[in-house]
Design a protein around this ligand. Structure first.
Ligand SMILES: Cc1ncc(COP(=O)(O)O)c(C=O)c1O
Length: 385
């Protein structure tokens, strides 16, 4: 039973497997590198997926969607493509290391970084807005916490950033595909997305949406198949930010994943995940020794449920969940040590269950039963039985 969809979604819709297989077997060309059939088909796959993702996130121009290897790559491209020594950036203490670590090295290079505290692991919008002083170049933060599931008020942050002329980078790792993400409504300048989580594509896929007027320096430069006579990187998007051979089979799978989302409906996916989270939460809450973290169901939250079981180290608990109950989840710090510090769960972290669309109520029941048995074992041990 797979409960680690926040790390990467599994299983994928059947059409995703078929699309990857078809692209590998029947493709046989490198996108943009020639005019033969295979190369043209590969280019078509990339263009179709770009249009499909643009439709999903309401991006005005598909050409401003850049393929990346994952969300981390997209975030690095956005941060390092914009920020220069002397610039000022505001972020939060909830961030994943995919924002926190590049910012640490940018800080060493002379970028001024303000990390707004999140007491109790909760985003404090007043403190955040106060930290965005005149002269701030960018704000960068996640759309939903991968530790607590809390959803941040992206549209409010977007409107505020716009009004102050500050660039807004949104990390949509835990929201793209599983809840509405309208880049125009939100007013985000840069949106980083993993292809392999809520968009149901294969690992090795991701994307960065680059808003109109946002200039980014490339992370890598090289062959784009366009303006090859020119020594310098092309200006045009997406070529400027997409050097080298692209992951065409992966993007073909991602395209099928997005197509499946559009057919199923983001709202249907969101409601299904919400129902599974509510069932998990209410089951776990009744178990002696369980501490649940993050907002309770009923509030706007992503499909991650972090908890601890008294007497159990999260790593040991996850090992027992897998070995004795065949439940796969993710224990520890979830690449977000500061979020756990804010939450009070550092350094051991939590046990994180992240259901996805394909999980069932029966599986959730099995998880709750397993946690109940594990709690019983500890109670009996502490009673000397
Ligand atoms: C909030 C958040 N940001 C960024 C990432 C990094 O995503 P990727 O694994 O696609 O690089 C993750 C992954 O779990 C995440 O949860």
């Amino acid at each position: 039973m797979y409960f680690d969809n926040a790390a990467t979604s599994f299983p994928k819709p059947e059409t995703v497997y078929r699309a990857v297989d078809r692209a590998l077997r029947e493709g046989g060309g490198n996108a943009g590198r020639s005019g033969h059939r295979g190369a043209v088909e590969a280019s078509r796959i990339l263009a179709r997926a770009r249009a499909r993702l643009a439709q999903l996130i309401n991006a005005p121009d598909p050409q401003r969607i850049v393929w990346t290897q994952n969300c981390t790559h997209a975030l690095n491209l956005a941060l390092k493509g914009v920020l220069r020594p002397g610039d000022r950036l505001v972020t939060t203490q909830l961030e994943h290391n995919s924002i926190a670590r590049p910012l640490r090295s940018l800080e060493k290079a002379g970028v001024e970084v303000t990390r707004v505290p999140c007491p109790g692991g909760h985003f404090d919008i007043r403190a955040f807005l106060e930290a965005v002083r005149p002269g701030t170049r960018m704000v960068a933060l996640l759309h939903a916490s991968n530790v607590t599931g809390e959803v941040l008020p992206a549209a409010e942050l977007g409107a505020f950033s716009r009004s102050r002329g500050v660039l807004f980078l949104l990390d949509a790792a835990q929201t793209a595909g599983s809840r509405p993400l309208d880049v125009r409504e939100i007013g985000a300048d840069l949106v980083a997305m993993p292809g392999h989580k809520g968009l149901y594509g294969p690992p090795g896929t991701g994307a960065l949406y680059v808003g109109e007027g946002v200039e980014l320096a490339p992370l890598i430069e090289g062959g784009t198949g366009s303006v090859s006579e020119q020594d310098e990187q092309p200006e045009r998007l997406p070529d400027r930010l997409e050097s080298g051979t692209q992951n065409v089979p992966g993007i073909a799978g991602l395209d099928a994943g997005i197509e499946w989302i559009l057919q199923t409906g983001v709202e249907t996916i969101r409601r299904r995940e919400e129902a599974l989270v509510a069932q998990l939460w209410s089951g776990l809450r009744e178990i002696p020794g369980v501490t649940l973290y993050g907002p309770a169901p009923g509030t706007d939250r992503a499909a991650v449920v972090s908890f601890n079981l008294e007497g159990w180290d999260p790593n040991d608990a996850a090992a027992v969940l897998e070995e004795s109950f065949d439940i796969q989840c993710r224990p520890g710090l979830h690449c977000a040590p500061w979020a756990h510090r804010s939450l009070g769960s550092f350094p051991a972290g939590t046990i994180r269950l992240s259901p996805g669309y394909f999980n069932t109520e029966a599986e959730v029941e099995a998880v709750v039963r397993a946690a109940g048995e594990m709690s019983n074992v500890k109670c009996q041990m502490s009673n000397g039985l």
